[in-house]
Design a binder for this molecule. Structure first.
Ligand SMILES: Cc1cc2nc3c(=O)[nH]c(=O)nc-3n(C[C@H](O)[C@H](O)[C@H](O)COP(=O)(O)OP(=O)(O)OC[C@H]3O[C@@H](n4cnc5c(N)ncnc54)[C@H](O)[C@@H]3O)c2cc1C
Length: 415
């Protein structure tokens, strides 16, 4: 270790913390990465592996209109546990406010400013980690069972047009030419050629941590309890086991649990868990080339290194409620409707916590109160997609380089 290097503690070894640790170490910082668990076992373990560049704001008039129907449908894409509803209320009110037309446009611009860089940054990150083969080249098919369903997604297709996002509408037999496993009942599809996927998201985190360590970073197990700034400007991270780690800077990238650390620092953030599920099917009985998203039913099917992964949806039930594995069963049934040959043998269910902010865009920001404290959290449904860009922007800010995007909309003090 070089004693003259500026030191950084990164709290959280999910995809966001691991990507930041690698980028900062590469740029000459001495990084210590800590996690209460082994790397990559939070939300980053089981996401749907999609580099989804067609950013979509969560809130907005078209979403509001669908919410009552979703909440009443036991097989719908959003489930709210009634006992958790009162706790969700402040977040939900902010979510509604984020859908005002004037705010929506700002959110879309900010989201697309990250999306524009996401793929090239991702490729660069995979190259640095020496694992370019972890990304597939095939793209994604958004599917629609009826013309009416397709028409219902018009706003999103219009959005892609407006931002110049490459897409191609397919119909009839053309769909099966791309993905023969899809049912003839799928009437329409949109090919999103730039929405690549990652063969194994958990392995990706492990590879990033391995690459950071190969460049001199240290990984140490430990749960951060709080963060303090000392009189000399150093930052101290206090761990649950009583240890104190010191550095010049600290990056808080602890997924949804960042909210506890932020709140202890006096800057509360409206971070909630949008719980999501997947079923990993080791013997699916079909082969797929493309990942498939069914917008109306809000789930994905992704071919991964360990079989076919079916997942998505949102459960609002807080951090502590046990998983309800009836949820992924619903998704698998929907998937079998789109992919009639899909068998569910040797399958494993999983649940994870998306770190979700009410306005969909992440916080990538210096603390507004304490110099030397930085935040990278709230990536919601797009943490994998935005990981490399987040790392680059964070490293730019911390090393005095000019970030390639306007960071104002991503600041912590926007709430
Ligand atoms: C079902 C599902 C599907 C998804 N699909 C996609 C997709 O296709 N594409 C996409 O881009 N995104 C997707 N996402 C979202 C993506 O997975 C998340 O946005 C991303 O993983 C968040 O990464 P993170 O590093 O912020 O959080 P996490 O992966 O949760 O990592 C946070 C880490 O911090 C650690 N930690 C927490 N508290 C402390 C503490 N006090 N001290 C030390 N360590 C701590 C945790 O142990 C954890 O390892 C999906 C998510 C889910 C659940």
């Amino acid at each position: 270790m070089d004693g003259n290097k500026r030191t950084v503690i990164v709290v959280g070894a999910g995809i966001i913390g691991a990507a930041i640790a690698l980028e900062l170490q590469r740029r000459g910082r001495q990084v210590t990465l800590i996690d209460r668990n082994p790397p990559g076992e939070g939300a980053s373990f089981g996401n749907m592996a999609s580099i989804a560049l067609d950013f979509a704001a969560g809130s907005g008039p078209s979403t509001w209109a669908k919410i009552p129907g979703w909440l009443l449908d036991p097989e719908g894409p959003v489930w709210l546990r009634p006992s958790y509803a009162p706790k969700m209320l402040p977040w939900f009110l902010r979510f509604i406010a984020a859908g005002r037309p004037s705010r929506l446009r700002e959110i879309e611009d900010a989201g697309m400013s990250l999306s524009r860089h996401a793929l090239s940054d991702f490729r660069a990150m995979l190259d640095v980690a020496g694992v370019p083969e972890l990304m597939t080249e095939e793209g994604c098919l958004a599917i629609y069972e009826t013309e009416a369903e397709f028409a219902g997604d018009r706003a999103h297709i219009e959005f892609m047009r407006r931002y110049g996002f490459e897409h191609r509408v397919l119909s009839g037999a053309e769909i099966r030419d791309y993905e023969p496993a899809l049912s003839p009942s799928i009437a329409k599809a949109v090919l999103l050629p730039d929405n690549k996927s990652i063969r194994n998201p958990h392995q990706l985190v492990l590879k990033l941590v391995e690459a950071a360590r190969a460049q001199g970073a240290i990984f140490t197990p430990g749960a951060a309890r709080s963060v303090e700034r000392r009189a000399n400007g150093d930052i101290t991270v206090l761990l649950e086991d009583g240890r104190r780690l010191e550095a010049d800077d600290v990056v808080l990238a602890a997924g949804v649990r960042t909210r506890f650390l932020a709140s202890a620092l006096g800057e509360p953030i409206p971070l909630e868990t949008e719980r999501g599920y997947h079923t990993q099917i080791m013997k699916p009985g079909i082969a797929m080339r493309y990942s498939v998203i069914w917008p109306r039913r809000a789930f994905m099917v992704t071919p991964t290194a360990g079989g076919i992964r079916v997942g998505g949806n949102v459960e609002l039930a807080g951090l502590d409620a046990p998983p309800d594995f009836r949820r992924p069963r619903v998704l698998v049934r929907h998937a079998q409707r789109a992919l009639p040959g899909l068998q569910v043998e040797d399958a494993r269910d999983w649940m994870g916590h998306r770190p979700a902010l009410p306005d969909t865009i992440p916080i990538i920001s210096p603390s507004s109160r304490i110099p030397g404290v930085w935040y990278a959290t709230g990536h919601g449904h797009l943490g994998l997609t935005f990981s490399a860009t987040t790392a680059r922007l964070m490293a730019d800010m911390m090393t005095g380089a000019t970030p390639a995007v306007d960071m104002t909309p991503l600041r912590i003090n926007r709430y």
